[in-house]
Design a protein around this ligand. Structure first.
Ligand SMILES: Nc1ncnc2c1ncn2[C@@H]1O[C@H](COP(=O)(O)OP(=O)(O)OP(=O)(O)O)[C@@H](O)[C@H]1O
Ligand SMILES: [Mg+2]
Length: 302
């Protein structure tokens, strides 16, 4: 796979604060890499270094064969930030065709991407009069109009309604199929699990894990058995292999590392057991386990 972004040994300090410590990361063509981690982990610092907004202090960053501090290299980059910071008096069409021209593309390349994102009817609308979701679509159009090799998305779907969010990811899926790489930061971990093929978990400026989301989840041993049962709490918690227990209305949720063994026991004790579900952990739980201070995390990280 061709690599569109290579980050090697990158460190960054703000005065005495170490924001990034020897970070390595790659994004291949067509990959979507989700950068996850708690507040202050260093995600925005890394993104700002990748897009050339911060001076580099330590390590190397290679963006499709160039240095992101070089304006020509940045033409290969599309950026979507959490909010659009452009003068409200500009019109949607002007903004997107302006982005095309700055990226060395003809003004006419704006029309197809505007159609793709449902923005054609808003061509003459001033930015100040757009809704939050419409502004995000404008940013995405500006980012895509130059056919970037790498898209960097910083919390791109915050505030989008469900259909707009789906459309957003559909458009990005098509670009991935054409070879665009994506680096995404988000606190919406379920979304990251759905759209990315690799999650990089950052905490205190260090990479704790880099793996497909399903692999990070599978490193968590616990499964949850949910069922409706007449067995009382005491009998349930006395069963072997139970590591957690919760009753919620008529349902019980039982955490275990050995769901098959526990299920046999449960069914033997209560043949009337119903509404049975067995679920694995979510990516959110995997990230919490990795980054919580007291911790299962060390175990997961290996
Ligand atoms: N301009 C700055 N000056 C001083 N310290 C900073 C600055 N920007 C970030 N930091 C510090 O660097 C560390 C990493 O911050 P960063 O913004 O990269 O985290 P983040 O992962 O993006 O967090 P969040 O999820 O809250 O957006 C934090 O300890 C933060 O306080
Ligand atoms: Mg941030």
């Amino acid at each position: 796979m061709r690599t569109v972004l290579t980050v090697r040994g990158v460190g960054h300090r703000y005065g005495g604060t170490v924001a990034l410590d020897a970070v390595d990361l790659t994004v291949g063509a067509g990959e979507c890499v989700a950068l996850l981690g708690p507040n202050g982990a260093g995600k925005t610092t890394l993104v700002n270094l990748v897009v050339g907004l911060l001076p580099r202090q330590q390590g190397e960053i290679d963006l499709a064969g160039g240095d992101p501090r070089n304006a020509r290299t940045r033409r290969g980059l599309g950026v979507v930030q959490q909010s659009l910071g452009y003068p409200g008096t500009l019109k949607v069409g002007e903004l997107i065709s302006g982005a095309a021209v700055r990226g060395g593309r003809p003004r006419s390349s704006a029309a197809p991407i505007m159609a793709e994102l449902g923005l054609t009817d808003l061509t003459e609308r001033r930015v100040a009069k757009l809704s939050g979701g419409q502004k995000q679509r404008v940013q995405l159009a500006m980012a895509l109009v130059t056919d970037p090799k790498l898209l960097v998305l910083d919390e791109p779907t915050v505030g989008l309604d469900v259909p707009t969010r789906r459309r957003f990811w559909q458009v990005l899926e098509q670009r991935r199929a054409m070879g665009t790489g994506i680096l995404l930061t988000t606190h919406l971990i379920d979304e990251a699990a759905a759209v990315s093929n690799r999650a990089v978990v950052l905490d205190h400026g260090r990479v704790l894990a880099s793996a497909p989301p399903e692999e990070l989840v599978s490193r968590l041993p616990d499964r949850t058995i949910t069922a409706r049962t007449d067995l009382g709490d005491e009998r349930l918690t006395a069963l072997p292999e139970v590591v957690s227990f919760e009753r919620n209305g008529g349902l019980v949720h039982i955490g275990t590392r050995y769901p098959e063994r526990l299920l046999r026991l449960l069914l033997a004790e209560d043949p009337g057991l119903s509404n049975l579900q067995v679920e694995g952990a979510s990516l959110e739980e995997a990230v919490v386990a990795l980054t919580s201070p007291h911790n299962v995390g060390r175990e997961v990280a290996r």
